[in-house]
Design a protein around this ligand. Sequence first.
Ligand SMILES: *[C@@H]1O[C@H](CO)[C@@H](O)[C@H](O)[C@H]1NC(C)=O
Ligand SMILES: *[C@@H]1O[C@H](CO)[C@@H](O)[C@H](O)[C@H]1NC(C)=O
Ligand SMILES: *[C@@H]1O[C@H](CO)[C@@H](O)[C@H](O)[C@H]1NC(C)=O
Ligand SMILES: *[C@@H]1O[C@H](CO)[C@@H](O)[C@H](O)[C@H]1NC(C)=O
Ligand SMILES: *[C@@H]1O[C@H](CO)[C@@H](O)[C@H](O)[C@H]1NC(C)=O
Ligand SMILES: *[C@@H]1O[C@H](CO)[C@@H](O)[C@H](O)[C@H]1NC(C)=O
Ligand SMILES: *[C@@H]1O[C@H](CO)[C@@H](O)[C@H](O)[C@H]1NC(C)=O
Ligand SMILES: *[C@@H]1O[C@H](CO)[C@@H](O)[C@H](O)[C@H]1NC(C)=O
Ligand SMILES: *[C@@H]1O[C@H](CO)[C@@H](O)[C@H](O)[C@H]1NC(C)=O
Ligand SMILES: *[C@@H]1O[C@H](CO)[C@@H](O)[C@H](O)[C@H]1NC(C)=O
Ligand SMILES: *[C@@H]1O[C@H](CO)[C@@H](O)[C@H](O)[C@H]1NC(C)=O
Ligand SMILES: *[C@@H]1O[C@H](CO)[C@@H](O)[C@H](O)[C@H]1NC(C)=O
Ligand SMILES: [Ca+2]
Length: 480
Amino acid sequence: MVFSFYLATACLLAIASAQSSCGPSPSGKVRPSIASGYKWQVVATGLARPRGIAFDDQGRLLVVESGSGNLSAHTLSEDGSGCVTVNSSKNVVTGLSLNHGIAFDNNNRMLYASNTNDTYGWQYDSSAISVSNQQTLVSNMSGTDHSTRTLLLPQSAPGMLVISFGSLSNLDLSATNMDSGTASVKAFNLTNSTNTYTYQTDGLLLGWGLRNEVGLAEHPATGGIWGVENSADQMTRHGVDVHATNPGEELNFLGYVNGTESAQEGSNFGYPWCFSAWNPSILPDNGQIEVGTQFAIDASPDLDNQNKTDAFCANQTQSRLVFTSHMAPLDIKFNDTGRQAWITFHGSWNSPQPVGYKLSVVNFTDSGEPVDALTSRTAAVDIFGNANNSVCPNDCFRPVAMALDSRGRIFLSSDATGEIYLVTKDETAGGTPTTSPSSSTSSSSGASSSTTSAGSGMSARYSSSVFGLSCLSILAFFFM
Ligand SMILES: *[C@@H]1O[C@H](CO)[C@@H](O)[C@H](O)[C@H]1NC(C)=O
Ligand SMILES: *[C@@H]1O[C@H](CO)[C@@H](O)[C@H](O)[C@H]1NC(C)=O
Ligand SMILES: *[C@@H]1O[C@H](CO)[C@@H](O)[C@H](O)[C@H]1NC(C)=O
Ligand SMILES: *[C@@H]1O[C@H](CO)[C@@H](O)[C@H](O)[C@H]1NC(C)=O
Ligand SMILES: *[C@@H]1O[C@H](CO)[C@@H](O)[C@H](O)[C@H]1NC(C)=O
Ligand SMILES: *[C@@H]1O[C@H](CO)[C@@H](O)[C@H](O)[C@H]1NC(C)=O
Ligand SMILES: *[C@@H]1O[C@H](CO)[C@@H](O)[C@H](O)[C@H]1NC(C)=O
Ligand SMILES: *[C@@H]1O[C@H](CO)[C@@H](O)[C@H](O)[C@H]1NC(C)=O
Ligand SMILES: *[C@@H]1O[C@H](CO)[C@@H](O)[C@H](O)[C@H]1NC(C)=O
Ligand SMILES: *[C@@H]1O[C@H](CO)[C@@H](O)[C@H](O)[C@H]1NC(C)=O
Ligand SMILES: *[C@@H]1O[C@H](CO)[C@@H](O)[C@H](O)[C@H]1NC(C)=O
Ligand SMILES: *[C@@H]1O[C@H](CO)[C@@H](O)[C@H](O)[C@H]1NC(C)=O
Ligand SMILES: [Ca+2]
């Protein structure tokens, strides 16, 4: 079980790399790598740590550049072969230290964006590419460490704005007080509101005990709100350091904002007392613990030396899926049918081996639930990543946020490299993945390509490549 999981993960991480000849080259030494059946290109480079992205009603890409605090609009051009480039760019909002959150209400021509402390709204003129009538909608979210305030406008409840407010540190005792607002997700009704809401005292509580729910999405068929959580670092249990492969990153179901009731809504999801197991085998006293089970951690000064039990943790709302520890999920977006959830993994310092730095996909059922059970370790399938995670974070792109266009194409920001990528299905690829260790050719139609040198021999406008072979050497590590 453990080994088959590592086999799958290791092989997926070993996907071959190839450079696209459409659009700019990747920044620096970045070498992207993609699964068979998909292709990638760089759309934009040189942005100032791009985070949240969204399309306006003209198909322009708006980008929160956290490095400058500005919000910029990029008019895109597309040639006959589907190659997308930036035609022109313009700053739309400056001077507010915007750092992540962005949302569009195209019906009402409203743009929303956030910095650490406040969420703003503007009327947006997509002809002039400009904003007016700035309002501060929700305030009092200041805090260090986890500084993003993700925004979501659910289609099932027009006028409601969902905001995620993360914890203020790795283990944050203030999160045990529901009134603090930290480590929670809330929804605010903007319809005809005239005053600025205070995060702590206003709004509808969707969940608390959520360490840092950076990614938020609404399921298109059910209206259910889903979040992906960045879980804790440096974890110990019963005096044993278990941080290398625990806790799991989480996919949580947060209920609905349109009045449909659910048991989850407003409940406590465990943090900072309880964490989900990713690798139960290294946890002391693991008799009752499976993958995804929430367990108690050691008392520590950060938590005022207080303790909770595994029985207490079993009583908190559990997640619906878990992912490899420390991959740092930052965004989730459903495709049009709601049967695919795309998740970006930014990667984190706290994993002994670099993990994440990639875009994965999770299957959902027609009724809007993950196909896999909570105990699964193979729910997330890797689509786009870096060719060699050993060189991460320095020489890797780091996926942050996505915007899907009406054709299901995925635009993807990378803050570390200042880039926007485009990942699409490769309609010309017919082949199935190969794991043949002797493969050495490459083409634009999904034939095998191995592996270590980017770009050589690629002459097609795009390249798609296939899962490579270094599985054995990577596996050897895990058997040690
Ligand atoms: C950029 O947009 C302008 C105005 O729409 C258009 O005339 C021009 O052809 C575009 N440039 C490219 C490279 O597509
Ligand atoms: C951000 O906006 C400021 C004006 O407030 C401007 O001086 C600066 O050049 C802008 N930065 C970028 C990267 O566009
Ligand atoms: C947020 O508020 C804090 C505390 O008042 C302040 O120090 C910080 O500069 C503010 N940050 C922004 C981006 O406004
Ligand atoms: C604003 O946040 C601070 C903590 O940063 C808190 O002490 C205060 O009560 C909040 N204000 C309101 C009105 O809730
Ligand atoms: C919001 O305000 C407008 C203008 O005053 C009014 O026509 C509308 O009925 C209000 N909507 C709600 C839901 O109260
Ligand atoms: C909430 O939205 C979902 C999806 O549109 C719908 O099925 C459900 O009936 C809605 N609930 C209410 C109370 O309107
Ligand atoms: C939001 O507020 C408006 C105006 O008071 C109200 O008509 C609407 O039902 C509210 N929406 C939700 C989802 O509660
Ligand atoms: C915390 O719980 C553990 C295991 O139940 C126990 O050994 C330890 O003494 C407790 N620590 C505190 C500070 O209560
Ligand atoms: C679990 O929750 C139930 C119902 O709220 C409560 O009666 C019970 O005491 C809780 N158990 C623990 C260990 O917290
Ligand atoms: C996800 O669903 C697709 C069909 O839509 C299937 O080909 C694929 O194997 C599924 N992946 C997993 C991990 O179940
Ligand atoms: C990955 O990078 C590491 C560190 O630079 C290097 O030692 C290793 O050979 C690389 N592996 C491949 C397959 O390129
Ligand atoms: C969304 O996912 C489903 C299930 O895998 C797939 O059939 C459909 O083509 C996807 N939609 C787009 C636009 O890619
Ligand atoms: Ca949890």
